[in-house]
Write a protein that binds this ligand. Structure first.
Ligand code: ARG
Length: 400
């Protein structure tokens, strides 16, 4: 029996041609695997059939939307994860999940390798292969576009000569990746970082310049997990879907950034993540109410490290797993309600309430009858600044 390779299949031109290309280059039978992470667009059944029509021996579709929300988006939210303080890791968190299914399918079907359609210039190749390496070190990773020089021109020509059923009409000048957590758009005229984005780029969000009446929404969290919207219980996937609509309609979550890729290239990226940006704003503010000061301060540093590890393809690494344990421990009192006002491109917290809050009105109030003894502040500052005072005296004595 011929060796088999499991290819992460999107239904697009590159991976469709990749099926035949891989077979020609390696002699292996190609199993296509499409993972539904809420990318919407085409029907997954159409995609499954297309892989067979393009020469796959087997074609598998996995609906991983809930798993993606529960096990990948929720940890990202608990980490308030924003790479370079701006990018909510849209593509970065889908790759380890797809890679997990590549590895398990390969093992199940006795394949010796997996494959993906990434080029050699991006982060996604690293994320797929590093995840597979961590989960199934015996498997080899192949990348037809990168390793067997499958350029776009050659792909179009191959599809035409082999009569592959791929719509040539979709001649998007952009490279797009999307899932329920957001959308990433790159290349085309965006490669000139001076060019402003145009309205056509966006599909998850409306133009924030078009003013509408503000939307108010109350998000309830239980130990860091969003569990209800306006009092109605929902799953994490439903929270994200609903918030994409509510926040997207108000133009929330558009990001335009020059980003540092792991491979050393700076690239201009447009993202839209309406639910992501709104939920992170809400979750972070609930932490401000419920985390002890030093835990909150320390966590902000952990969050940026976590985001870098995940961006860099190290989802299944030891450090990332250890940071997960820390983050999880911080979430035990992150329970309560956040009121968000969504309007003109921004998601602003206007109210918070929590039964596990550390906010103490009697300590905070400037009205009479507060329980904070102000006389203690004087001595506290005396001791707090003592090291500075001693050092200042030393500096003066040293003639500075
Ligand atoms: N630069 C982003 C990242 O590394 C987005 C990549 C999106 N992929 C794509 N084929 N457009 O996460």
């Amino acid at each position: 029996m011929a060796e088999r390779v499991v290819l992460a299949y999107s239904g697009g031109l590159d991976t469709s041609v990749g099926i035949g290309w891989l077979k020609d280059a390696t002699g292996k039978e190609v199993v296509a695997l499409a993972v539904d992470v809420g990318q919407e667009g085409e029907d997954m059944d159409v995609i499954r059939q297309r892989a067979l029509d393009c020469g796959a021996v087997e074609s598998i579709v996995i609906d991983a939307k809930d798993e993606f929300a529960n096990d990948y988006i929720v940890p990202t939210l608990k980490a308030n994860a924003l790479y370079q303080k701006r990018y909510p890791l849209v593509s970065a968190i889908s790759r380890p999940l797809i890679a997990k299914y590549l590895a398990s399918t390969a093992i199940e079907l006795g394949a010796d390798s997996v494959a993906h359609g990434c080029t050699g210039k991006g982060n996604d190749q690293v994320r797929f292969e590093a995840a597979v390496a961590a989960l199934a070190p015996e498997l080899t990773s192949l990348a037809p576009v990168r390793d067997f020089a499958l350029t776009r021109d050659k792909a179009i020509e191959y599809a035409a000569t082999h009569n592959l059923p791929i719509a040539q009409s979709k001649k998007s000048p952009y490279s797009i990746d999307q899932n329920v957590w957001g959308r990433a758009v790159e290349t085309g005229f965006l490669e000139d970082p001076w060019n402003a984005p145009i309205e056509d780029l966006y599909t998850y969000s409306q133009d924030p310049a078009i003013t509408r009446a503000p939307t108010e929404v109350v998000i309830s969290f239980d130990q860091g997990v969003p569990v209800a919207i306006d009092g109605k219980k929902v799953t994490p996937l439903q929270v994200v879907q609903l918030m994409n609509r509510l926040a997207g309609d108000q133009g929330v979550g558009r990001i335009d950034i020059v980003e540092d890729r792991l491979v050393g290239i700076k690239s201009r990226e447009i993202y839209e993540a309406p639910a992501g940006m709104a939920l992170i704003a809400a979750h972070e503010e609930l932490e401000n109410m419920t985390l002890e000061r030093d835990v909150a301060r320390y966590k902000r540093g952990v969050e940026s490290k976590w985001a870098e590890l995940v961006y860099d393809g190290l989802w299944f690494s030891g450090l990332k797993k250890s940071l997960d344990v820390f983050i999880e421990d911080t979430q035990k009192y992150v329970t309560g309600d956040i009121r968000l006002k969504l309007h003109a491109g921004s998601a602003v917290v206007t109210g918070r309430s929590s039964t596990t809050s550390l906010y103490d009105f009697n300590l905070a109030t400037y009205d009479t009858g507060d329980s904070f003894d102000q006389s203690m502040a004087k001595g506290f500052i005396e001791l707090w600044s003592l090291p500075s005072k001693v050092a200042a005296r030393r500096d003066a004595a040293a003639g500075k």
